[in-house]
Design a protein around this ligand. Structure first.
Ligand code: UT7
Length: 353
């Protein structure tokens, strides 16, 4: 059932810092066309993607998460957080969680630290988790990082998935504040449908199908996605969840200044915007230059828009995510004044608008 989980808490998470980080190596569509039977034209027209950043061999999710987290803390004007949450589908290891490792490397050894696993919806689930901890008085300042290295789980020869996914990390700092103040995040809608688990999965390596060198085929360790069905489900749930959040907030679609969905596929994002009745210019997308970066995609798209100064203080931003599980979720952010956000590309290089 949609729209059950909402409420207006007395204390809300308030956005005070934002940053992204991308690994330096870039894989273009032409690079992929040299690897298997595809073309730049096919990939651009079916997905809107031109290139994606990928981690170097040995570069793990925590390496990207630490850089994004460090930059977000600088953006927030602080070096500290009492809670570190990492949303990821590609943790460094199955045990322990990645967040304590990230917290330790950021010098936050006393912080509570744990991972959130909701695949590409992880960042929105992480925001809701941070909201709950803050509302309960358990956390005061949360560093939430969405980070994924899909290149470590996608079969490099899988032409359906290798064209879509990229690696990256995006992070926000949230402090306890007032639900009415600039930066407040709220009006969450969250949901899942576990009966459709098989649409997006890594079959082996968990307790259902433990990895053993003898009885597990290599393919089972790779990410799999039934693209066509996922496409339809993504449009349905992103639209329904975004509508629920608007309804909770008592807003109409034309009162949204920026729609920042999970960057799954440009055609999906355009369909959802159309369904919502949003003018196309309010859709924010950076998928052309980064691909689908999983749990990192929303904060990376926000960091990109902030670095380009497209999102302005006082504007209303709608976030909507969808991913494996299936899972989905949406929320609203009243955009605050933030310190200038360096662009998430390596070295903070200025984007070309
Ligand atoms: O982040 C989690 C959420 N993920 C998503 O939302 C992704 C959702 N799915 C998609 O974005 C799309 O389904 C894909 C991009 C994965 C695929 O696009 P599509 O338009 O659904 O293509 P398709 O799977 O229906 O394939 C159409 C044709 C097929 O050939 P035939 O059978 O028609 O002869 C494929 O074999 O395109 C072929 N094809 C390719 N051709 C060139 C599939 N991948 C490629 C490729 N290059 N990379």
């Amino acid at each position: 059932m949609y729209g059950r989980r909402t409420g207006t808490p007395a204390v809300a998470p308030v956005l005070t810092g934002l940053a992204g980080w991308l690994p330096s190596a870039v894989v273009t569509n032409d690079d992929l066309a040299a690897r298997f039977a595809t073309t730049d034209a096919w990939i651009r027209s079916r997905t809107g993607i031109a290139r994606r950043h990928v981690a170097k061999p040995g570069e793990a999710t925590s390496d990207l998460a630490v850089e994004a987290g460090r930059r977000a803390l600088v953006s927030a004007g602080t070096g500290s957080a009492d809670t570190v949450i990492v949303a990821t589908t590609t943790p460094d290891r199955s045990c322990p969680a990645t967040a304590p490792v990230v917290a330790g490397r950021l010098g936050l050894v006393e912080a509570a630290a744990f991972d959130v696993g909701a695949v590409c919806t992880g960042f929105v689930y992480g925001l809701a988790t941070a909201a709950g901890l803050i509302a309960a008085g358990v956390a005061e300042r949360v560093l939430l990082i969405g980070a994924d290295t899909y290149s470590t789980i996608v079969d490099p020869q899988d032409r359906a998935n290798a064209v879509i996914f990229g690696d990256g990390a995006g992070a926000v700092v949230l402090r306890a504040g007032d639900p009415g103040e600039p930066g407040a995040v709220g009006h969450f809608d969250l949901g899942s449908d576990g009966t459709q688990e098989e649409l997006i999965m890594v079959a082996a390596g968990g307790s259902r199908q433990p990895f053993t060198a003898t009885d597990t085929s290599r393919q089972d360790l790779h990410f799999s996605m039934r693209g066509k069905e996922v496409y339809r489900e993504a449009v349905t749930h992103l639209t329904a969840s975004a509508r629920n959040t608007l309804r909770h907030a008592g807003l109409k679609a034309d009162e949204i200044d920026h729609f920042v969905p999970h960057q799954a596929n440009l055609r999906i994002l355009r369909s959802v915007s159309d369904e919502l009745g949003l003018p196309p210019e309010r859709l924010r997308s950076n998928i052309e230059s980064v691909g689908n970066t999983g749990a990192a995609s929303i904060p990376l798209a926000l960091a990109d828009a902030a670095a380009r100064r497209i999102v302005q203080p006082g504007e209303r931003v709608l976030l909507s995510a969808f991913g494996g599980g299936l899972t989905w979720g949406s929320c609203l952010v009243d955009w605050p004044e933030l310190a200038p956000t360096p662009h998430p590309y390596e070295g903070g290089e200025e984007p070309t608008p």
